[in-house]
Design a protein around this ligand. Structure first.
Ligand SMILES: *Cc1c(COP(=O)(O)O)cnc(C)c1O
Length: 416
C-alpha cells in the first residue's frame, strides 16, 4: 500500500470535501445532501464564534463538571514498577489518567452532546434524533434534550434494547422515546441506518445528534472539535504538573471520539507516541473482535469511507467485544488516515486483558473504569514496565464502570 505523504501538520484536516486523505467524505443519498450542507454552513458559522464558545464553556463547567482532572495514578504506577522490578527491568513509567469518568453522565459523551445541542438550537431545530448501541450515547442525548426542552427520539437495535434495559429506562425517565430497530441484527449499525432514514424524512425540523467521530462530513470534524477539549486540557495539565509533554498517550477506539479528542491536540508533538486501542475480543483469528483497523479493509458505511469489518463480498460484519461501546464495525475516518500515515499506532486488546485491567485498576486505584477504558489501561499495563521511570504515559479514562458491573460479574461467573 502507498503511504500518504507526511504532511507539515496532522491537524489541518479534513479538506473542503470532508476528506482525510482517501478517507471520510459524504457518501449520502441526494435527498440528504441539502441537510448535510446546511449543517456544514452552520457549523462553519459557530465554530469560531466567541458567543457560542462561551455558552459551551459555561455549560461544560457548571453542568458537566469540566475541566476533568489529570490524575497521577500512583497505585497503578507503583504496581507496574513492582512488575518491572520482578522482571529485572528496574523501570516503570509514571501513569496518569485523564478523568472523563468524572463528567456528568459518566463519560466523555456529554462533551459532544452539549456542543451539538447548542448547534441544534442555533439552527432553529425542534426535534432531536440519535442512535445508540449500549445506550450510553442515547442517555447523554436524552440528557441534553431534557436540559434544553427538545423532544428526543433514540434509535436502538432491538437486540440492544433487550440487553441494556437500565439504559432504556434512563432514557425514558429523561423523556426520550426509544425506538427499537429490528432490521439486520438489531445492533448499533442498524440503529444508525434508521436514524439517517428518519433524518431524510423529517428534513425541516430535525437535528441528528451523532454519537461518535464518524458519519458524513462535517460530523467527524465537529465531534472531534467538541471532544478535543480532552486533549487541550490534558496537554496544559501535564505541562503544569510535570513541566513537559508525555512520552505516550493511549485511548480506546470505538467509533473513535474520545481517542481523537485526546489525540488531536498532540498530533504535531512528534515526540509523543500515540496509541489507539481496538477491541480484540476473543482474538483476531476469528470474527469475534472489532478491530477494523487491524483486521478490516477500507469501504463505505454511514456516509464515509473508512476501515470496516467486512467479509470477502464487502458485507459489513457485526463485531464482538466484551465492551458494548467498542463494538462498532467501523471507525471514524480521521483514525483511518492517521493509521495509514503512520502517526498513530492501533493495537488490539483482548476481552480477557481488558477484564484483567478492569479488576486491577479497581483494586489498586479505587476507580472502577468503564470496560472501554479498561482496554486502554490494559495496553499501559503491557508497555509501562519496560519504560523508564522518568517517562510519562497518559491514559484516557473515557468513562466510569458502574454500567459494566453486570457484564463483569457474568464474565467472572458470579451473580449479583
Ligand atoms: C461510547 C464509549 C466509548 C467508545 O466511543 P468512542 O466514540 O470511540 O469514544 C469509549 N468509552 C466509553 C466510556 C464510552 O461510553
Amino acid at each position: 500500500m502507498n503511504k500518504p505523504a507526511i504532511p507539515n501538520s496532522f491537524r489541518t484536516g479534513p479538506d473542503e470535501q470532508g476528506m482525510f486523505g482517501i478517507f471520510g467524505g459524504r457518501f449520502v443519498a441526494e435527498t440528504l445532501m441539502p441537510l448535510i450542507l446546511d449543517l456544514e454552513r452552520h457549523w462553519n458559522e459557530v465554530k469560531d464564534d466567541p458567543d457560542f464558545k462561551a455558552e459551551l464553556t459555561d455549560l461544560s463547567t457548571h453542568y458537566a463538571g469540566r475541566p476533568s482532572k489529570l490524575y497521577f495514578a500512583e497505585g497503578l504506577t507503583r504496581h507496574l514498577r513492582e512488575v518491572s522490578s520482578a522482571k529485572g527491568l528496574g523501570g516503570g513509567a509514571k501513569v496518569y489518567f485523564k478523568r472523563e469518568d468524572l463528567n456528568h453522565t459518566g463519560s466523555h459523551k456529554i462533551n459532544n452532546c452539549l456542543g451539538q445541542i447548542l448547534l441544534a438550537k442555533r439552527m432553529g431545530k425542534k426535534r432531536i434524533i440519535a442512535e445508540t448501541g449500549a445506550g450510553q450515547h442515547g442517555v447523554a442525548s436524552a440528557t441534553v434534550a431534557a436540559r434544553f426542552g427538545f423532544p428526543c427520539v433514540v434509535y436502538m437495535g432491538a437486540t440492544d434494547v433487550a440487553r441494556q434495559s437500565p439504559n432504556v429506562f434512563r432514557m425514558k425517565l429523561l423523556g426520550a422515546e426509544v425506538r427499537p430497530v429490528t432490521a439486520g441484527h438489531g445492533t448499533l449499525k442498524d440503529a444508525m441506518n434508521e436514524a439517517l432514514r428518519d433524518w431524510v424524512t423529517n428534513v425541516e425540523d430535525t437535528y441528528y445528534l451523532i454519537g461518535t467521530a464518524a458519519g458524513p462530513h462535517p460530523y467527524p470534524e465537529l465531534v472531534r472539535d467538541f471532544q478535543s477539549v480532552i486533549g487541550i486540557e490534558a496537554r496544559a495539565q501535564i505541562l503544569e504538573q510535570e513541566g513537559r509533554l508525555p512520552d505516550t498517550i493511549i485511548a480506546a477506539v470505538g467509533g473513535g471520539s474520545n481517542a481523537i479528542g485526546l489525540f488531536h491536540p498532540f498530533l504535531d508533538d512528534r515526540s509523543v507516541k500515540i496509541i489507539g486501542i481496538e477491541a480484540g475480543g476473543r482474538g483476531l483469528d476469528g470474527i469475534e473482535h472489532c478491530a477494523s483497523m487491524n483486521a478490516g479493509a477500507p469501504g463505505v458505511l454511514h456516509g464515509n469511507r473508512t476501515y470496516l469489518l467486512q467479509n470477502a463480498d464487502g458485507q459489513i460484519m457485526d463485531g464482538h467485544s466484551i465492551s458494548a461501546g467498542l463494538d462498532y464495525p467501523g471507525v471514524g475516518p480521521e483514525h483511518s488516515w492517521l493509521r495509514d500515515s503512520g502517526r498513530v499506532d492501533y493495537v488490539p486488546i483482548l476481552d480477557d486483558e481488558a477484564l484483567e485491567a478492569f479488576q486491577l485498576t479497581t483494586r489498586v486505584e479505587g476507580i472502577i473504569p468503564a470496560l472501554e477504558s479498561a482496554h486502554a489501561i490494559a495496553h499501559a499495563v503491557k508497555i509501562v514496565p519496560a519504560m523508564d521511570k522518568d517517562q510519562i504515559v497518559i491514559v484516557n479514562l473515557s468513562g466510569r464502570g458502574d454500567k459494566d458491573v453486570h457484564t463483569v460479574a457474568n464474565m467472572l461467573g458470579m451473580e449479583i
